[in-house]
Write a protein that binds this ligand. Sequence first.
Ligand SMILES: Cc1cc2nc3c(=O)[nH]c(=O)nc-3n(C[C@H](O)[C@H](O)[C@H](O)COP(=O)(O)OP(=O)(O)OC[C@H]3O[C@@H](n4cnc5c(N)ncnc54)[C@H](O)[C@@H]3O)c2cc1C
Ligand code: FES
Ligand code: FES
Length: 1368
Amino acid sequence: MADTETRTGSESDELVFFVNGKKIVERNADPETTLLTYLRRKLGLTGTKLGCAEGGCGACTVMLSRYQIHTQQLLHYAVNACLAPLCSLHLVAVTTVEGIGSVARKLHPVQERIARAHGSQCGFCTPGIVMSMYALLRNNPTPKMADVEEAFQGNLCRCTGYRPILEGYKTFTVEGGCCGGRGRDNGCCMANWSGAEESSEEDVNESKSLFSAEDFAPFDPTQEVIFPPELMSVTKVQRSASLCFRSDRVTWLQPDSLDEFLRLKWEHPNARVVVGNTEVGIEVKFKNMVYPVILAPAFIPELNEVRHTEDGVAFGAACTLSHMGALLKQEVETLPPHRTEVFLAVLEQLRWFAGIQIRNVAAVGGNIMTASPISDLNPVFMATGCKLTLMDKDGSRVVPMDAAFFPGYRKTAMRPQEVLVSIEIPFSKRTQFVSAFKQSPRREDDISIVTAAMSVTFAPGTDAVEDLRLSYGGVAAVTTLATATAKKLLGRRWGEELLQDACSSLAEEMTLDPSAPGGMVTYRRTLTLSLFYKFYLTVLQKLREQGVKVDAVRPDCLSAADVYHPETPSSIQVYQAVPEGQCQGDAVGRPMMHLSALKHATGEAVYCDDIPLYENELYLGLVTSSKAHAHILSIDTSAAEGMPGVVCCVFAEDIPGSNATGPVQYDETVLADRQVCFSFFGQSGDSLRLTAFPSFLQVTCVGHIIGAVVADTQLRAQRAAKAVRIQYEELQPVVTIQEAIAAQSFYQPIRTIQNGDLDAGFKQADSILEGEMHIGGQEHFYLETNVTLAVPRGEDGEMELFVSTQSASKTQVLVAKALGVPANRVVVRVKRMGGGFGGKETRTTVLSTVVAVAANKLKRPVRCMLDRDEDMLVMGGRHPFYGKYKVGFLGSGKVVALDVSYYSNAGNSMDLSLSVMERALFHMENSYSVANVRGRGFLCRTNLPSNTAFRGFGGPQGMMVAESWISDVAQSLGRPAEEVRRLNLYVEGESTPYNQILNQITLDRCWDECLSRSGYQQRRAAVDLYNRQNRWTKRGLAIVPTKFGISFTAAFLNQAGALVHVYTDGSVLLTHGGTEMGQGLHTKMVQVASRVLGIPCSKIHISETSTNTVPNTSPTAASASSDLNGAAVQNACEILVKRLEPYKIKDPKGSWEDWVRAAYFDRVNLSANGFYKTPDLGYDFESNSGRVFNYFTSGVACSEVEVDCLTGSHKNLSSTIVMDVGHSLNPAIDIGQVEGAFMQGLGLFTMEELCYSPQGVLLTRGPGSYKIPAFGDIPTQLTVSLLRDAPNDKAIYASKAVGEPPLFLASANFYAIKDAVAAARWESGVSGPFRLDSPASCERIRTACSDRFTKLCPPAEPGTFTPWSVQV
Ligand SMILES: Cc1cc2nc3c(=O)[nH]c(=O)nc-3n(C[C@H](O)[C@H](O)[C@H](O)COP(=O)(O)OP(=O)(O)OC[C@H]3O[C@@H](n4cnc5c(N)ncnc54)[C@H](O)[C@@H]3O)c2cc1C
Ligand code: FES
Ligand code: FES
């Protein structure tokens, strides 16, 4: 390889690397290609998934291995393939999920155990999780649970609730008893371990184990794939070499020496230095940055060196954070404690810095040089006076990391030709104390809201401050020092007076513009004080430990200074065993593994975008509106059309059929159109380029699809789509519910359910109270974004679509409508989805129709998988709700009258908003009997993307408001909330506000079991005691019921079909109308068919859902798919059983295959259709009569939390859930649904926040800014119990629907938080009901715990500023 200096023209080096043991020599390595794209598109290794492209979900995790020459060691580490530049992989071995095992070959224990422990549902996250675990085991074959938890900090799963994954992988750990394959005296560990507690003797009918670890293949680390020997020898020979890779846009230069690096930087001062690419990768992907020259110095020895100096340890700028952390840990273990205060502060920040995949590649230099105001390390470096060595071709200089180093937002004081060579982190002094803090919405893998580091040095033997540095991130455009405050405190004694002055001074110094980017201004300001208080307490304790005379920390304040350490969660799952005597082969009621689980774990499960490319396939990029409400003045496609690879643009004119679309009403357009949206004007035509329209296209939300660009590759299509220039004339948008109310911007009708006599009820009441609550929306965050592949079939207008959708038939109908062909020409096929949660019920058609139009125009296959940010922008989510209530109640707490109004933010089209609101109204009383009631529902028409179905479908919002008024009632009476809830709970035979009599109600049984399993009364006493003993941390407890109506509220949807073919070899192909999105529907359907046909599940196969096998299907939604499709499958199978009966009678000793063959030769039809419709449904709003629901699924949850009143963080200490799912068809799947829904609810009510600008722009568009619960958020103790002996006579095999009902139970955590906040407020002298909106984010919690610190940071007067984000 030649020196990079001598390069000319387009010469590129060969990139040599190995993938799964196979050598790859890439002669045209493109610096802009990521490893993920290369694996999926070039090598066809589609097991590695794309979930976000920003390092935030872990779906793309692979393991890299390198031979390190200087240590002569192999290094294995997990990375995010979506951020790893292909060019960084020279002489690296890549291991993907395909490389460690397969169903056909042999599964790796890491793959087998996650599958058998029920740790996969949709399976889209599974390969990434498998690879994180695999990489951990390659480095440490006998990890502790804490290591496992750390390994998963960078992985997300939206389905499982994480518990089963941890449970399955516990078997590899020391705690799980794993011997790492070495064996023990009594054999291998696996022989003695069982997944959960054994059934207790007294409960022979109760089962507590969902899998048996004894079935697992043993783990033998000596059998791992070896590092390619050829790669080792090549590495030794090549040692280091400078490299150059070029594409038409970018040159990647990898110098092999510091001199060469400095020279290149001198020649290319604007070149981007890339080490981990975790910052630059994001800039290129999401901020459209192009860096023509990239310098990759990762292997320059000086930049990787770690040196001990007189004052500390110097780390080369390219040292990864993982490496730095490991070395600092060693220092801490060997040095005296007083010398390692700074190191400990760095380690504290590294604990919560991204996930392990990022820390494995991200460099310390990258963090410094990014100069982010929310860098987690820079405050520590600044507060502790770290020194930076900078160099250019002419020499070096050492500068302190101080306020001057960051002159402005994302700027440093370095000269363009300079590079950062190293950073020296100092030893601490004997009298120096250092702390670091990070406050973020989620603890794991999250960016900071405020981050801080504080260092104080005392005059020896005293508490007189000699030096004080308080450094903050997140409170200015740069990492900043509170110099004025520090100056004021110099020489002062460390005591209460200093604390007060420090706080007043910080409140003055750390001001923030109320419109500051990032919002949360009051909270951020309060945090600067609260964190200082924590530091104050910590130092006070340390001074006392050193024998310095200072005030003692009050015992009730001690917990405020505790550093958070996660506890390994434990869990119990309880379910009813199948009745004694049930035939072994009968799978119904058994915890059978998801039928695709093994394939999920090996990456062999095929998702829509895994389908290999068609030969002449094209890719589509969407052109969407950047304005919430505007006329389009012109569209200029010239730049886009001139870009390489671009085939054409697509606009409304290209739609041969109708542009009007929508799932219920045709009130949307496939592509923005003046004719549909804006009355008639103009011709359709070819003059879109630089056309000033005499009248206007109109867009009604940011993300409104205007058109599309089709090109030969994804990258080119997306780039070209961004190059389409659109001029807008902005109109006033309506963004929030409150704005819609003010403008009376509502869709019709306004629904009302009224029962009893409201006036009489309020008259009867002893007290009346009013309240209100806002419940934020929620992003579905299915790990697989929306994707469609449309393939024109070339004759009669036929088209085949592969879609990730819950509604195959709806897609078929709307595509046919847009193409102007009958529905019989369109076939929609759905193999599986990587999660749906309602988000793929109707909104998928928004993409599918556009892709179909493009495919039709070009007569070529066209594919589009949305990027995560596009998906979040375009697709809408759960409706935000605002509820206003007036409630009348007796002195006993019995509620006698309720008047409630709901307002939902429906967005720019109706979609399913009316049905969502109806379900909210059907759940307005949750589980409480209220005699006199009126509920009204208003659908706010706004300029947001249309909101849509989301697990629970309005029910959770309806019930959330109910729980708000019931807890207000309890608070205003000063009575325990659980007593008031229990008092009002429905009893058998009572009637709902919509006049449905409640039969077979099990709420009371669930309630009592939950009380006893959770040990509620003892917990309550312990919580109260804890709260008396702690001022700044408070615990809270709540028990909440749910009753969820099962059926589509639109009666006609309650139907399903099935088609069963029996082939002559006895194998059965089963098809039904439901789609598989991870919920295990196909598995349950096979269980049902297996029971009816009397054959093992292994003989039955479900290939896919398709519109040409079972037509006119209802969407897979409303939790009812097992009920509906199960009954249809049963019906079809019974028909077949009947047809086979004569052959069975004739040959009773024969086998299934014998009977099938005999029937075939007798010319019997071995194919049958099944059908089912739920009887007796049909509700009428006018008369408030008719049955809405077939039955109800009930449950109760009790949760305990601990709130840090100073930061607003909380810990989920314990949750106990009792759920009535009837006779479970499959307890493993049902418990998976309960846990997954509960965690999704936990996100909804305590964490997930969508931020919109006042102009209606979604600001949170990926896992970096939108936080769903992670592994670390599961309750420390989690118990899930399926209610025993609760058969349901209204659904298949006495089961009950389970998908949605448990979600609301996570509100127990919200109300437990509210309980804790109430205790904190009480300490500040505030009592009585108070408003807490959902989610109970750390900001809301902190602000609600009003105290001396919040008082110092009053919020700016509303109306005097434009906030960064608004509550929509
Ligand atoms: C999912 C995710 C989570 C994250 N979480 C956190 C977090 O919790 N806390 C946090 O603080 N940050 C976080 N980050 C930001 C980022 O990971 C860090 O800033 C990281 O340290 C950057 O290092 P890198 O090597 O990947 O940088 P790169 O992207 O390779 O480079 C970043 C910048 O540094 C410059 N640079 C790098 N080395 C040198 C050098 N030697 N001389 C001159 N310039 C140089 C580059 O030119 C570039 O501008 C996160 C990022 C992602 C994607
Ligand atoms: S796709 Fe790479 S982390 Fe999400
Ligand atoms: S199984 Fe984890 S995201 Fe679906």
